[in-house]
Design a binder for this molecule. Structure first.
Ligand code: CAA
Length: 272
């Protein structure tokens, strides 16, 4: 008797957001941070909407890759200082500030690219670093200027920046609060590519479409394996990689990918 399995996945409908523009094209979902008057400062509403959008995209069958972007002037100029200014320790603690909604980006299981133009400061830099990789426009400026406000990075900046760029530059950025331009960010490994501003979205879309058309489970496992490099020893990481690699031979996409190579044709992956 053949059993028809219920699909847990679906085409997801998005509600209207106040602080985001969400569009989908060719397997890619673009989330544009959209608070232009505040340079996309990451207020509570924006981070909540971002977490809600990602939660939907996680189970959206049509989406294989996500791009987070901002405007030409600002990816995001950090957490909303005006919202934080009068907060007390208990406000921060009780609402788990920079925990709950912000971490949704880091927890997202599908590939996610940050396409950064203009300011990526404080929480803006931290959200970009939570993505899998950063493509920067030549006008991008990165920084962790929190020390100028009498605080320090609170959404992973001290930890992720140190892993991206090493101790010396992370200390320099976090202690002086200076910003670095796109070329410096590229030279130290914070961003994977720098492109002219007017080409940013085309380049990001090209990369995202390429990813979205790979086998989705294989792309997700690849992401999981690379991320494991930052959480474990080399021996354990390599063990994890090898087990995942071996498990891929249970998929139809591995058979399709290798058959297509042998038959000199383009593979057609079915995410199975
Ligand atoms: N929070 C709230 N509002 C912000 C903001 C922020 N992080 N960044 C900019 N804005 C607002 C400004 O207050 C201003 O609003 P009004 O017109 O109502 O006054 C508007 O955006 C435009 O900003 P500016 O006039 O300052 O624009 P500029 O071009 O002269 O300067 C800038 C741009 C250098 C990015 C400057 O806005 C700036 O320094 N912003 C703050 C950057 C910062 O300190 N970020 C860290 C925040 S704390 C944090 O992120 C903690 C964490 O770890 C998560």
């Amino acid at each position: 008797m053949s059993v028809k399995r219920a699909s847990i996945h679906k085409k997801v409908k998005f509600m209207a957001y106040n602080t985001l523009e969400v569009t989908k094209e060719s397997g890619v979902c673009i989330i544009k941070l959209n608070r232009p008057k505040a340079l996309n400062a990451l207020c509570n509403e924006l981070t909540m909407e971002l977490a809600q959008a990602l939660e939907k995209l996680e189970v959206d069958d049509e989406t294989g890759c996500v791009i987070i972007t901002g405007s030409d002037k600002a990816f995001a100029a950090g957490a909303d200082i005006k919202e934080l200014k009068d907060g007390t320790y208990l406000d921060m603690y009780n609402h788990d500030v920079f925990g709950l909604y912000w971490e949704a980006v880091a927890r997202f299981r599908k590939p996610i690219i940050a396409a950064v133009a203009g300011y990526a400061l404080g929480g803006g830099c931290e959200i970009a670093m939570m993505c899998d990789f950063i493509i920067a426009a030549d006008n991008a400026k990165f920084g962790q200027p929190e020390i100028n406000l009498g605080v320090m990075p609170g959404a992973g900046g001290t930890q992720r920046l140190a892993r991206f760029v090493g101790k010396s530059k992370a200390m320099d950025m976090c202690l002086t609060g200076r910003t670095m331009r796109a070329e410096e960010a590229h030279a130290c490994g914070l961003v994977s590519r720098v492109v002219p501003l007017d080409e940013l979205m085309d380049v990001a879309m090209e990369a995202a479409k390429k990813i979205a058309h790979q086998s989705r489970p294989i792309a997700m496992m690849t992401k999981e394996a690379v991320n494991t490099a930052f959480e474990t020893s080399l021996t354990q990481g390599i063990h994890f990689e090898r087990r995942l690699f071996q498990s891929m031979f249970s998929t139809e996409d591995q058979k399709e990918g290798m058959s297509a190579f042998s038959e000199k044709r383009t593979p057609h992956f079915t995410n199975k």
